[in-house]
Design a protein around this ligand. Structure first.
Ligand code: BTN
Length: 246
């Protein structure tokens, strides 16, 4: 269950606000929802645009238990799994997750997740799981030649989608999957719906050259496992993943 819900007509970023609340000792499962964000953010410092009326932007502040805190990298995967499962349940859509945390429908991105942790010194005070979802057609920005262009859930679903009903479904999935986060079933389910499995991909991380390999899956440490040309499997904790152009 949610401890508290904060709704903003407009805020800078529900993740930024969530981090402030976490530092002030917010309770586990505090939800922040915004209709507009003036400084919505994504991974690698990218900007995230929230279209009012047609998309969802929210962050869940969690206080990981010590056992969960040992697996912080799994929280981003948790967010992506929850959105993927809600899309299946509410719309019958078979989405895939592009590691670590983009939800793709037919190779187009419908949702992005940003997990950020709040620290007080070396003590973890909270984990903020921010989720942006394009629901209705008005949320899809013009195609700017992105490798994985945006789409919205409604474009893949015959039934009309009500935004807040979808939010409720994602939250239900988040809370129930969190209970299985460190178990084998969670990872198996994540890997079963992983985009680009068995395909040649490249992974770029800031400050180093991109690496390539055949995508094997994700390990229990949340790392991406790639088979290199020498037959060796290497694990990577972070990066921007793409199918390698032929
Ligand atoms: C990404 O695709 O890189 C992640 C995007 C995450 C966007 C969500 S919208 C709600 C929350 N608030 C933010 O500023 N970002 C996340």
């Amino acid at each position: 269950p949610l401890a508290r819900v904060l709704y903003f007509e407009e805020t800078d970023s529900t993740n930024a606000q969530g981090l402030l609340l976490a530092a002030q000792g917010a309770e586990d499962n505090t939800l922040l929802v915004a209709e507009r964000q003036s400084a919505g953010r994504g991974r690698f410092g990218r900007k995230w645009v929230t279209a009012p009326g047609t998309s969802l932007a929210f962050s869940l502040v969690m206080r990981p238990t010590p056992a969960e805190a040992a697996h912080l990298s799994l929280f981003a995967l948790l967010g992506a799994s929850a959105v993927r499962r809600a899309a299946q349940i509410m719309c019958g859509c078979s989405a895939l997750v592009k590691w670590p945390n983009d939800v793709l429908l037919d190779g187009r991105k419908t949702s992005g997740i940003l997990a950020e942790s709040a620290w007080q010194g070396d003590k973890l005070s909270g984990l903020v799981l921010g989720i942006g979802i394009n629901i209705l057609p008005g949320s899809v920005p013009p195609d700017e030649g992105l490798l994985y262009p945006a789409t919205c859930l409604q474009a893949h679903c015959a039934l009309p989608i009500e935004r807040y009903a979808f939010l409720a479904s994602v939250l239900e999935q988040l809370i129930s999957l969190r209970g299985e986060l460190t178990g084998a079933a969670f990872l198996a389910d994540f890997n079963e719906h992983l985009a680009f499995k068995g395909q040649m991909v490249s992974l770029s991380a800031t400050g180093s050259d991109p690496v390539s390999g055949i995508l094997q899956g994700v390990g229990s440490d949340g790392c991406l496992r790639l088979l290199d040309e020498n037959g060796q499997i290497n694990s990577y904790p972070v990066g921007d993943l793409r199918l390698r152009p032929r």
